[in-house]
Write a protein of this length. Structure first.
Length: 228
């Protein structure tokens, strides 16, 4: 689904990514772990074609994402660390605006809006303005927006931020369902005890490099020890 080869990225003269290579297959959820400043969010931005790397190659489902970024983005859904929802629009209006930007037809769009809002537990609040939502509800709306167009690959930057225990468990279950439908996901997180049951593989980044690749039978405590 995703193949990244030797990605490098510089901010001025400072290297942020130093030859990162990563493959993600359909049916996988890969967690990218590491301390602050390791390059996790920068890697996710490069994978989302929001930031062009200084060197390296990137393909999404066979599409050269650096040569054809618009075509690659059609296959992506992203939840960033900041929600980026419009506070003066309702939940439905936020998703309708996003769907129209993606060129979704009216009938299909309205059906998908209802489906994803029900999935994230916001259907009852569909007509409320986003500014009235809690941080957790805003995060759930961001997740709904990312899934609206049925993307093949989900990119999730700290997706559990602001979610209470029940909402986090619901999202982890929803993520497992998405992956079981032959999709894939890459997720950055520092909350080792939340959502890891949805993860099929994990990598640890330090100083812009992937240093360790892990299976998911490792405990959160052991992960914590590796990260320090």
């Amino acid at each position: 689904m995703l193949v990244a080869e030797n990605l490098a990225c510089f901010f001025g003269l400072r290297p942020v990514l130093r030859g990162v290579s990563l493959e993600v297959r359909r049916g996988e959820c890969v967690a990218v772990l590491g301390p602050n400043g390791a390059g996790k969010t920068t890697l996710l931005r490069v994978l989302a074609t929001l930031l062009r790397p200084s060197a390296g190659r990137l393909s999404l489902d066979g599409v050269d994402a650096l040569e054809h970024p618009a075509q690659a983005r059609a296959k992506l859904g992203m939840v960033s660390h900041h929600s980026l929802v419009y506070p003066d629009l309702s939940a439905v209006e936020n998703l309708r605006f996003h769907g129209r930007l993606r060129g979704m037809g009216p009938a299909h769009l309205e059906a998908r809006i209802e489906a994803v809002l029900r999935e994230v537990g916001l259907w009852a609040r569909r007509n409320d303005r986003a500014r009235a939502f809690s941080r957790g509800m805003t995060q759930r709306l961001s997740i709904a927006r990312a899934m609206l167009h049925n993307p093949d690959l989900l990119l999730l930057d700290e997706p559990f931020t602001g979610l209470d225990q029940r909402a986090a468990a619901d999202f982890a279950a929803m993520l497992r369902d998405q992956i079981s439908n032959s999709r894939a996901a890459v997720m950055t997180t520092h909350e080792l005890g939340r959502g890891m049951d949805a993860v099929t593989r994990a990598v640890i980044m330090r100083q812009g490099r992937i240093e360790v690749e892990l299976t998911t039978d490792i405990t959160p405590a052991a992960l914590g020890a590796l990260l320090h």
